[in-house]
Design a binder for this molecule. Sequence first.
Ligand code: SAM
Length: 228
Amino acid sequence: MNVADDKTIVREYFNSTGFDRWKRIYGDGEVNKVQLDIRNGHQQTVDSVIGWLKDDGNLAELSICDAGCGVGSLSIPLATEGAKLYASDISEKMVEEGKQRALETLGNTENPTFAVQDLESLSGSYHTVICLDVLIHYPQEKADEMISHLCSLAQSRIILSFAPKTCALALLKKIGSFFPGPSKTTRAYLHREADVIKILESNGFAIQRKAFTKTRFYFSRILEATRT
Ligand code: SAM
């Protein structure tokens, strides 16, 4: 399978069965046990990032690009804290849901600014660029290109999360639960932390903070890197 195929499949997945599944996981309605575990794990990842940003005490001054924003699980709380958010996603359906949730939570459609856009075509300049749980859909070579592009948009800082390769066995066992049914063809790629750090460093960034979320069915390494 080539890279273009990965992207097309991912887009179609998150505009169809993937949308229905992840909208539920990233919501507060009833879900099955596996989905509840993934919901809780993902929430921990979101909370870790929000915790870091809040600790810095300057959220209201920041412009933030949330690349692959999904339904706005991170963008909406960050906008609530006063940051200026540009939230984009390759999936029209996820973006529509994000807009709806932002309207319900914040009562406006101005911040976050939502857009249907793949992260490879993003332009502009932001204090902080964040990309959570997106790289899992791409092989390392493609992830390297994506990370380099995201670095080029970041004035000061980049925050990424990915499924680390060390948990490969555990994760691979569970992979069926990540992509059930007809969409099983959607692959989950694991990334070596050392590879991700190498590409960040080659773009002029140095690691500042790390976190790791692990539940039964969800694993995510989070890295914060700043320009040296
Ligand atoms: N970052 C969000 C979060 O943590 O709540 C969503 C994570 S969800 C597992 C992955 C998201 O990445 C989906 O909404 C999908 O549409 C989006 N995505 C996948 N490939 C993308 C790409 N090349 N550019 C932009 N978004 C992408």
